[in-house]
Design a protein around this ligand. Structure first.
Ligand code: ADP
Ligand code: MG
Length: 221
């Protein structure tokens, strides 16, 4: 039976006294992949920041519940203890080596400073490596501004498939239908001006890539 991982209810949040999210409802069950789409400035990254408990954003109304616990008022560190970066010490090195081989990461990379002097593809591999080693219960991926070369797309979609199990979930911001080719997407949410204005299945990604957001603007906002 599906179990709820994250439940967002009537979330209003903003930064610097400005309301950016204007009443978001979103429920993510364990085992699911959700996609957020929306024009620039619609609040996609803000939503992820608020889920992470980023101190630069304030929740002014509504609630966030993670595995049944109210995390609305928690600061980032306390929230991470609940939303999980469960570091497993045993077998870490062995697993890291295997994972790096699998992602075709040069072993010398692990000795470099994180994300310094890396190319776009290398950064992507690093992000996915961190995802697979830290195994948060909820993976939040903001792919809107990332380099969308074929290599990066492959790394993200393969990485997320590998990450996925029945106990965790993934929330991805992307317009790239190719990232979604190899992933089973459960639900797509369209965000505009701080509100979810349309929801549907994976076909919504194709539809929006084809028709844009114009038709939604006319009918709902
Ligand atoms: P998206 O990721 O959908 O492009 P954002 O969530 O980054 O949109 O931003 C939504 C709106 O909120 C934008 O108008 C942006 O300028 C504003 N905004 C985001 N973060 C902040 C912040 N820390 N302080 C002030 N305004 C912000
Ligand atoms: Mg953004």
């Amino acid at each position: 039976m599906a179990e709820t991982l994250l439940e967002i209810h009537d979330l209003h949040a903003g930064a610097a006294d400005r309301e950016i999210l204007k009443g978001i409802d979103l429920t993510i069950q364990k085992g699911e992949v959700h996609v957020i789409l929306g024009p620039n400035g619609s609040g996609k990254s803000t939503l992820m920041n608020v889920i992470m408990g980023h101190p630069g954003y304030q929740v002014t109304e509504g609630s966030l519940t993670f595995e049944g616990k109210d995390i609305t008022a928690l600061k980032t560190t306390a929230r991470q203890a609940i939303t999980g970066k469960r570091e497993r010490i045993f077998g870490f090195r062995k697993e890291l080596k295997e994972m790096m081989e699998d992602l075709q990461i040069d072993p010398s990379y692990s000795e470099r400073y994180l994300n310094v002097g890396f190319s776009g593809g290398e950064k992507k591999r690093n992000e996915i490596l961190q995802l697979l080693m830290l195994r948060p219960k909820l993976a939040l991926l903001d792919e809107t501004d990332s380099g969308l070369d074929v290599d990066a797309v492959q790394i993200v979609s393969r990485g997320v498939s590998k990450f996925q199990n029945g106990d965790n979930a993934c929330l991805i911001i992307t317009h790239n239908a190719r990232i979604l080719d190899k992933l089973k997407v459960d639900r797509v949410h369209v965000l505009m001006q701080g509100r979810i204005v349309e929801e549907g299945g994976p076909e919504l990604v194709e539809q929006i890539n084809r028709d844009g957001f114009g038709h939604i603007k006319e009918t709902t906002v």
